[in-house]
Design a protein around this ligand. Structure first.
Ligand SMILES: *Cc1c(COP(=O)(O)O)cnc(C)c1O
Length: 404
């Protein structure tokens, strides 16, 4: 059976984890701090905060910005549930917008129609690793008309003076837009290091901080370390320096990354561009050359002018099929010993959001993209032989279900 997305755990990762275990320092400490520094160097972010998940990072930043009841946060209808769940946790309303046919990302024309005087944050998602058009989004929130709509309700919102752009970059570490990497393109960007993501720490995430003047991203980093650790003004490492007494300045969260996680991330990051991304791109190129010139398939875009993907999820679409046929094709692919997946069920299809009143029919493009989508394996250890097995399994399964 070809699996979908096993993590890459090799001797280098194991050695680094063992080194951490033997060091006597397993929670947040020197390796987490070093990993944060390396991530900032890699993405070009002004500062980076590592946490135990991307979800925690998204929620922490919404709470820092003071998002709460009465507020709206704009999210795409086509994303993983975490993007909208964190908005609900804060008591605010996720306002969903439909997606672009070609890229699967938020349709920016529809985004512009969704803004209201209650909008506090826009959360674009780089689906599959393909970056959104960030110049377009950033100039939109800075435009006089949109700024005039903004209703600041606390000091932080007053200082920014406009809608915050908090990108869900869970898929897009290493993706580029106009030669710059995600993490340096928006006020805040949040990466995921979950086991299935391009770069893993088993579980983990990071917030890339790039707020404009007069915000001090280093000062904010220090505050977020406190907010993410019970609101305690001294972490365990600082307390080893002799002065045991600490204070609690707010009822903070408990979302810090451990040095065990950071040690996996360090190994992964060091080889990310020269190795992981190169392999991932090869898988995308292999699939594209196998499925192009075959009118039954719509290929994902992953390199297009100013945009370059992180090659995270290969989103293949089959033309002219409905959801039931897609599911039948997937069963037949599995019967051929190949694991595939679907990214994602649009949020209005999920019981919780359906019960809140979101209707799938309001997001027709999200549904059209979803109903014929099949995500193919792109994990590190795939060989060309395995890729060919995947291609054959997909083509044969489609041929059985779709008669032309
Ligand atoms: C994986 C994922 C997340 C959540 O990441 P965690 O690190 O598991 O919290 C958020 N958004 C998207 C689009 C994702 O795919």
């Amino acid at each position: 059976m070809i699996p979908f997305s096993p993590p890459r755990i090799d001797d280098d990762v194991i050695a680094e984890v063992v080194d951490t275990l033997k060091s006597g320092w397993i929670t947040t400490g020197p390796k987490t701090k070093l990993f944060e520094k390396k991530l900032s160097e890699y993405t070009g972010a002004k500062s980076t905060l590592c946490l135990n998940s991307a979800t925690a990072g998204l929620e922490l930043m919404l709470r820092w910005f003071g998002v709460g009841p009465g507020d709206e946060v704009i999210v795409p209808a086509y994303t993983y549930c975490a993007t909208a769940n964190v908005v609900v946790h804060c008591g605010a309303v996720p306002v969903m917008v439909d997606v672009d046919e070609k890229t699967f990302n938020m349709d920016l024309r529809k985004l512009k129609l969704a803004v209201s005087e209650r909008t506090k944050v826009i959360m674009p998602v780089d689906i599959g690793g393909f970056p959104c058009d960030y110049d377009e989004i950033n100039s939109f929130v800075k435009s006089p008309v949109v700024k005039a709509l903004f209703n600041p309700e606390n000091e932080i919102q007053k200082t920014l003076g406009r809608i915050l752009v908090l990108s869900d970059a869970a898929h897009s570490l290493g993706a580029e837009y106009k030669g710059r990497k995600t993490g340096s393109l928006t006020d805040l960007a949040v990466f995921s290091f979950h086991a299935v993501k391009n770069l893993t720490t088993a579980e983990g995430g990071a917030v890339a901080l790039n707020l404009p003047e007069p915000f001090d991203n280093e000062e904010l980093y220090k505050f977020l370390c406190v907010l993410g650790l019970h609101g305690q003004n001294k972490d365990a490492l600082a307390k080893t320096k002799g002065n045991w007494r600490y204070d609690v300045i707010t009822a903070g969260f408990k979302v810090n990354m451990t040095d065990i996680q950071a040690s996996i991330g360090m190994v992964e990051l060091e080889r990310y561009d020269r190795d992981t991304i190169v392999k991932k791109k090869h898988f995308f190129d292999f699939y594209n050359s196998a499925f192009k010139n075959d009118s039954r398939f719509i290929l994902p875009v992953y390199e297009d002018g100013d945009f370059r993907s992180s090659y995270h999820v290969y989103l293949l679409r089959v033309t002219g099929i409905n959801e039931a046929q897609r599911d039948e094709i997937i069963q037949k692919i599995f019967a051929r010993e190949v694991s595939v997946n679907v990214h994602f069920q649009p949020l209005p299809l999920l019981s919780f959001y359906k019960d809140l009143g979101y209707k799938m029919s309001d997001y027709p493009q999200a549904y059209n993209n979803y109903m014929c989508e099949i995500s193919l394996p792109t994990f590190y250890d795939l060989t060309d032989e395995m890729l060919q097995t995947v291609v054959n399994a997909v083509k044969d399964s489609v041929a059985e279900v779709v008669s032309d």
